[in-house]
Write a protein that binds this ligand. Structure first.
Ligand code: HEC
Ligand code: HEC
Length: 292
């Protein structure tokens, strides 16, 4: 009797394991083929001004759009994570030093990356948030490119990406923005202009950078990855609805909420939001407060 139970238990367990392995193999194959797919988009040029005002704007955008968080303060790339379950995710060296972008990396190639989420040979850029950069206005995209094109070369040779099982599974379940190329409406033309005066319109344009975590409706939801806190609702129906503009700005500059909770920069990137200027933060406040 007991031996029978043991026998059946091991048969059931064994079958479950085999089924799980088959499912994982299928998922893993699916992700590999999606990351190795070659895309082809029409090449687009953009005129790149190089005056001081444009370069300053580019430097500001590179800070507030998180480029430096992922690509490093000197934009020479870095290993963003490296462990067995997640795998290794590496950002590119954006300078022209050794290990960096090729010498003949043109403006067209830049636009291909920022607008379509693929390298110049059509390979998907992994974990690069091009679904957000694609929504940049033309002048802003040009300013970022102008700034990056004049970076001093930094030699930094980096290893390649290696996707772990957790990243594959989360991508399969659409819980991780690994393949931004799949999230972009590639037919949509570039935004010609964006509001640069304080107000709801500018706030809306800027919150594209918050929507990846706080969700497109900014009403929060489940954590972005296991081990992270849930995303708070940052519209007027959340805590922000009770905060003054000054308290909101203070929170995004220090990471400390009016309630006294000190947020970790690893969860909520307040060192990035701290670099928005006061007018931009005021616009974001006015926009999120306009959402009921
Ligand atoms: C969430 C992290 C993250 C942020 C934020 C980010 N990048 Fe990236 N970026 C990456 C990773 C990772 C890669 C490498 C992708 C690959 O190797 O498949 C990459 C690749 C690139 C490339 C591709 C170069 C090539 O091979 O063609 C460019 C250009 C680039 N990033 C520019 C930017 C700029 C400009 C910003 C800010 C507007 C930015 N990135 C913000 C993670 C990020
Ligand atoms: C990488 C993900 C991420 C991005 C990008 C992000 N946030 Fe957050 N944010 C979080 C997380 C996670 C928390 C909760 C942190 C905690 O509980 O300690 C948070 C908390 C907040 C809070 C506090 C809300 C409360 O009720 O206490 C505000 C306000 C906020 N974020 C605004 C923004 C704005 C505005 C942007 C865009 C400019 C933004 N966040 C971008 C992840 C993010």
């Amino acid at each position: 009797m007991f031996r029978n139970i043991l026998k059946w238990t091991s048969i059931v367990l064994g079958s479950v394991i085999v089924l799980l392995l088959i499912a994982y193999f299928a998922i893993s194959t699916n992700i590999t083929s999606r990351t190795e797919k070659t895309y082809s988009f029409a090449k687009e040029n953009l005129s790149i001004p190089t005056d001081t005002a444009t370069l300053n704007r580019g430097q500001h955008l590179v800070a507030i759009k998180g480029c430096t968080d992922c690509h490093g303060t000197n934009l020479a790339g870095k290993v963003m994570m490296d462990d067995a379950p997640l795998g290794r995710l590496v950002s590119r060296n954006l300078t022209k030093g050794r290990g960096g972008l090729p010498i003949d990396y043109t403006t067209t190639d830049w636009v291909m990356a920022l607008r379509h989420g693929v390298s110049r040979s059509g390979q998907p850029l992994l974990f690069m948030p091009s679904h957000e950069t694609t929504l940049l206005s033309k002048p802003d995209m040009a300013a970022i490119i102008a700034y990056c094109q004049q970076l001093p070369p930094v030699n930094n040779q980096l290893p390649g990406n290696k996707l772990g099982p957790v990243v594959r599974l989360m991508t399969y379940l659409d819980k991780m923005p690994l393949l931004s190329v799949e999230k972009i409406d590639h037919a949509k033309p570039m935004v010609a202009m964006a509001d640069t005066i304080e107000g709801i319109a500018q706030g809306k344009y800027l919150t594209v950078s918050c929507s990846g975590c706080h969700r497109p409706d900014l009403k929060g939801g489940d954590p972005v990855a296991p081990g992270f806190p849930p995303l708070p609702n940052i519209t007027s129906s959340g805590n922000v609805g009770k905060w003054t503009q000054a308290q909101f700005i203070q929170t995004l500059r220090t990471g400390k909420t009016p309630g006294g909770h000190q947020m970790s920069n690893d969860n909520m990137p307040w060192k990035m939001t701290a670099q928005y200027d006061t007018k931009e933060l005021a616009s974001i406040y006015q926009y999120v407060r306009s959402i009921r």
